[in-house]
Ligand binder design. Structure first.
Ligand code: FA5
Length: 344
């Protein structure tokens, strides 16, 4: 039994890990001490007592040496030089996603003028997405090239289940929820259409305004659109309405806003040369659809069209962000590329 060899090994341990390994090797269940003890049966009877005492003494000195070494190593560790004047590690900070931020901004703008923020289902029946909006069953938007249908049995009255292609499905639900005018709704939700190009993604967001009361007219609509455009896009932004067609509004319009890059002129002065504005090319940018709520839609929502009138609009959130910051591809919003997202 070479006592010194074991004690020297303990004393030369350089780390707590090395010491723990030694402790297992010497004192563990299959360690050297237990191995020596198991050999006691081969020792002649008159030497057994002395042999046993020696092993116990060795065990005690190994035990003590390990304890002393542990304390020594822990002191070494705590004496490592710590320079508190060194700059700390800066961990990367997350930020609110560009779309979530816009949802909050838009909600606040409309809440300030009395609109109630709601969010209606992204998965709805054909009734909510089309039927209640005066869209007949042969309307092209109801084709499966335009709308994603869910593979479940159709509802007897409400039709097939769809991933809603627009937030207009909230109109009928809100009319029924409120019961009778006044109604001021801002419905923000995800929408789905099978498209994929720089200005279209299969999943996108729309915000839908609906205002129904007595004597509601296009002047109120213009006032609300101008109010939104000035706050969201910046002072001096103008809106314009162009005739269009939607089944659920009559008359219907497309809304444009004046381009902030060229101030609505369509050209910019660059190095003494008058050039076409690169952002809009015409002085105007298309915002989305709007119009006076069709009498059939009011009736379907339980509202008497001879006593109340209303307007509605539906704009894409990804698109308004694009227009505000002059971005050229909305697919980047969902790329997960932190270099793009951290700019906002
Ligand atoms: C509609 O969806 C109508 N429901 C809007 C409306 C509401 C009109 C109320 C009248 C009254 P439209 O299909 O044009 O209309 O879509 C509106 C906006 O949604 C578009 O201008 C665009 O900004 C956005 N949008 C449509 N499809 C996509 C898509 N695939 N990706 C991103 N944005 C989209």
């Amino acid at each position: 039994m070479d006592d010194n060899k074991y004690i020297e090994e303990i004393n030369s341990a350089k780390s707590q890990e090395q010491l723990s390994e030694l402790e297992i090797k010497l004192l563990g269940r299959n360690g050297i001490i237990n191995d020596l003890l198991s050999k006691i049966k081969d020792i002649p009877n008159d030497e057994k007592r002395e042999y046993g005492q020696k092993i116990n003494m060795l065990k005690t000195s190994i035990d003590q040496s390990i304890k002393v070494k542990k304390i020594e190593l822990s002191k070494q560790k705590s004496s490592v030089f710590f320079d508190k004047t060194l700059p700390g590690k800066a961990y990367p900070k997350g930020s609110i996603h560009i779309v979530s931020y816009a949802v909050e901004e838009i909600s606040k703008i409309f809440e300030k003028i009395g609109f109630i923020r709601v969010s209606y289902p992204e998965v709805d029946w054909e009734y909510g997405a089309f039927e209640s909006l005066n869209m007949p069953s042969n309307h092209p938007a109801r084709d499966d090239v335009e709308t994603s249908f869910i593979d479940v049995p159709a509802h007897l009255k409400l039709g097939k289940m769809v991933l809603t292609p627009h937030t207009s499905n909230g109109q009928n639900r809100e009319m029924k929820r409120v019961g009778k005018p006044p109604i001021r709704m801002i419905n923000i939700s995800k929408c789905y259409r099978p498209n994929w190009d720089p200005t279209h993604t299969p999943m996108f967001h729309q915000f839908e305004g609906l205002c129904v009361d007595s004597d509601i007219n296009i002047i109120n609509l213009r006032g609300t659109l101008d109010y939104f455009a000035e706050i969201y896009f910046g002072k001096g932004t103008k809106t314009r309405l162009r005739p269009h067609h939607f089944q659920f509004t009559e008359p219907s319009f497309e809304v444009d806003i004046s381009c902030n890059a060229c101030k609505g002129v369509g050209t910019i002065h660059e190095l003494s040369v008058q050039k076409k504005c690169r952002v809009c090319k015409s002085g105007w940018l298309e915002l989305g659809g709007t119009g006076m709520v069709h009498p059939n839609v009011l009736k379907e929502g339980g509202i008497d069209p001879s006593a109340s009138s209303g307007w509605a609009f539906g704009f894409g959130i990804e698109r308004v962000i694009m227009m505000k910051y002059g971005l050229d591809d909305i697919r980047n919003y969902y790329s997960g590329d932190i270099r793009f997202l951290e700019q906002f």
